[in-house]
Design a protein around this ligand. Structure first.
Ligand code: GAL
Length: 673
């Protein structure tokens, strides 16, 4: 059986999670009628339906699912069929109480929410194999089913599991990884605090302990937890593949949950799909959205991906659930689309009356069809319907920002030099700079072939292996521009400090040595001088020893006053920059202007608050322009606006809050090299 690269669908997929089982049969007819009105082409069903599909162990009731799939098919709506394994039924836990996940403090999780299961429990693994296989056997060749959606958001709400099943699996995993207990002792540095082991059975999970637990043990625990989830995914994938050839996905949570290594997961799925929700507390949520979208595209090696869930308006699970304002949903959707999403779906089609998510927005809100949200949903369906020719085109970036889940896991452990240092915060700061400069970014791993990028940004990558550091050094030697933020390259894969000291593995590329970290007190704002300008800087300084680098900024205050703060090093054909503090936004802008000049990266003259992205197709390039500002702006472009069919001659005028997708008359200049 060959698996198609994309669901059998025309154009950009549009739709959402659909839960017909929550509604009486007569509502289904109205649903499909309104879906057609809205231009819905695909819905995800069955994701939380296990208890209604396998009513008792091994006893299936597919009648209602047969009916709804037939109804959808008759109305030309394709199905993304979920396996319901994120939420096993009540009978499962009654029968297998030991298959519940256990918290760090030893409490088995209770039923009544979702996701309480131990992914290591053999009974769970048998059960997911059975239900996934049964679904695939029944619907594997159904013409409506174009995609399989395994599980839901692996890693939430349950990732870590301290149950006896999990601890047994953990010991097996460690034995496979290390081969000998001596290997484990060496990797974990167990000579420290008397943690030496002689027996595998004595190695426990990093649950509650009197003080900080061995960080190498915790790092391995994060890897193990991720791997257990992936093993479950593989069981389901194999069960489906035995009967079905449609592509298989599972919905990620790029940039909202760091517990699973999306680079590894992307190798397992046929199509990357992602869920993204705005954080109400982030007043510029469109930047976080762009990060998630670029990460989703990047982990899938640039291939088109599916935005599996986002919201039409407010969610229900944040402290304050802020509703989207007119036009915001379309801007969000078009930004995902511009960044490579060829499917725009929502949680959920119809707002639920009962249950914990009844205050969550939907395509069809509680207010019904006479509502702004529904009108905008219909309008968006129309817009996406006009973008079919863009499907399959690709985004090209000249700049990569490193994103390594292992480094997240390591840096998030306890007893670090300063709790004010965050990998996430540095990624956002550098990305935000690039976003404001309207420069398109890919994310990458430090071990990737980076030669296609003019510039690579390393935002506080605490864990960097010697091998990956050598890759970055070679990238510079061969002509790349590398910019490295403080607290990078500190430890190796076992959370052990690199021989030679902090950053030693990048010393050749950067031309500096870090003698001492100088974390600052909370609220202590110091300064750096860049040429004749002084900018604020906080959180961190370092005692830097310059070997071959030039000093580009010095500290004007604080423990390293008068000493180098920012350096630039020519190494081989390229340049390595080091920023040893957290400059404010203006300071970072000044430094990055110089970095761009080294890298040959042009800053387009895009008006503030506007993002543009180019998707390159085989026959044409497409400019996606989104105006987040309330003022009208003008951009330089020529071609046809696919949303309005208007001719664009030299100038694209975008009203406040508006979006445009222009088939460009000429190949876009960006990316030409
Ligand atoms: C997602 C989840 C959905 C729904 C949604 C609400 O994380 O996959 O099932 O709960 O959140 O925002």
């Amino acid at each position: 059986m060959t698996t198609p690269a994309w669901p059998r669908l025309d154009g950009i997929a549009y739709g959402g999670d659909y839960n017909p089982e929550q509604w009486p049969r007569e509502v289904w007819d109205e649903d499909v009628r309104l879906m057609r009105e809205a231009g819905v082409t695909m819905v995800s069903i069955g994701i939380f339906s296990w208890g209604l599909l396998e009513v008792r162990e091994g006893e299936f009731d597919f009648a209602w699912l047969d009916d709804i799939i037939a109804l959808l098919h008759a109305n030309g709506i394709a199905v993304d069929l979920g396996t319901p394994t994120a939420s096993p039924p009540a009978w499962f836990f009654a029968q297998y109480p030991d298959a519940r996940a256990v918290t760090k403090d030893g409490v088995p999780l209770g039923f009544g929410a979702r996701g309480m299961v131990s992914h290591s429990a053999p009974e769970y693994r048998t059960a997911i194999d059975r239900i996934a296989g049964a679904l695939a056997e029944r619907y594997g060749d159904h013409p409506a089913v174009v995609l399989w959606h395994i599980h839901n958001e692996y890693g939430v709400p349950v990732g870590e599991d301290f149950s006896p099943h999990s601890v047994r699996a953990w010991r097996r995993w460690l034995q496979d990884k290390y081969g000998s207990i001596a290997g484990l002792n060496a990797a974990w540095g167990t000579a420290f605090w008397g943690q030496h082991y002689e027996e595998w059975d004595h190695v426990g999970a990093p649950a509650i302990a009197p003080s900080t637990i061995n960080p190498a043990q915790k790092l391995d625990w994060a890897r193990f937890t991720d791997e257990m989830l992936r093993e479950c995914f593989r069981i389901e994938k194999a069960a489906i593949r035995a009967h079905a050839s449609q592509p298989i996905t599972t919905n990620f949570m790029a940039n909202q949950h760091h517990g699973v290594d999306l680079w590894a997961w992307a190798d397992e799925v046929d199509i990357v799909s992602d869920d993204h929700y705005l954080w109400a507390a982030d007043v510029e949520g469109e930047i976080g959205l762009a990060i998630a979208a670029d990460l989703s595209r990047s982990v899938g090696d640039g291939k088109p991906w599916i935005l599996m869930e986002h919201s039409t308006s407010a969610v229900n699970w944040q402290p304050r659930n802020v509703a989207k304002r007119p036009g915001e949903m379309a801007r969000n959707s078009l930004s995902h689309f511009g960044r490579g999403a060829d499917g725009i779906l929502f949680f959920q089609w119809r707002a639920g009356r009962s249950g914990a998510e009844k205050f969550h927005s939907a395509m069809l809100p509680h207010a019904g069809t006479e509502s702004r949200v529904f009108r905008e949903v219909v309008d968006l369906g129309g817009k996406l319907g006009r973008l079919a020719e863009v499907q399959g085109s690709r985004v090209e970036a000249d700049v990569a920002v490193l994103w390594d889940f292992e480094s997240f896991w390591a840096q998030d452990l306890e007893w670090r030099p300063s709790e004010d240092v965050s990998h996430d915060e540095r990624i956002r700061a550098f990305y935000e700079r690039l976003w404001r400069d309207d420069i398109t970014v890919d994310f990458a791993l430090p071990g990737h072939d980076l030669s296609r990028y003019r510039l690579v940004v390393v935002p506080s990558q605490y864990l960097l292996t010697a091998r990956d550091a050598a890759n970055l050094t070679a990238y510079v030697a061969q002509g790349g521009t590398l910019v490295v933020s403080f607290f990078s390259a500190v430890v190796d894969e076992n959370d052990a400090v690199h021989p030679g000291g902090y950053g030693a593995v990048l010393a050749e590329a950067l031309g500096v040595r870090v003698e001492e970290h100088l974390p600052l007190r909370e609220g202590h704002v110091t300064g750096i001088r860049v040429d004749d300008q002084v900018f604020a800087a906080d959180v961190w300084q370092e005692d830097l020893v310059v070997t071959t680098a030039d000093v580009r900024a010095t500290y004007t205050a604080g423990p390293a006053e008068g000493r180098p703060a920012v350096t630039r090093n020519v190494h081989g054909e390229g340049v390595g920059w080091y920023i040893s503090t957290r400059p404010d936004a203006d300071g970072l802008r000044a430094i990055m202007r110089e970095v761009y000049a080294d890298a040959g990266v042009d800053v387009p003259a895009t008006p503030a608050g506007v993002e543009t992205i180019v998707r390159r197709g085989t026959d044409a390039d497409y400019l996606i322009a989104i105006n987040h500002d309330t003022r009208e702006v003008s951009l330089t472009a020529s071609g046809t606006d696919l949303l309005t069919q208007a001719d664009v001659r030299d100038t694209l005028v975008l009203a406040g809050g508006d979006v445009a997708v222009v088939r460009l008359a000429h190949t876009a200049p960006r990316g030409d090299r």
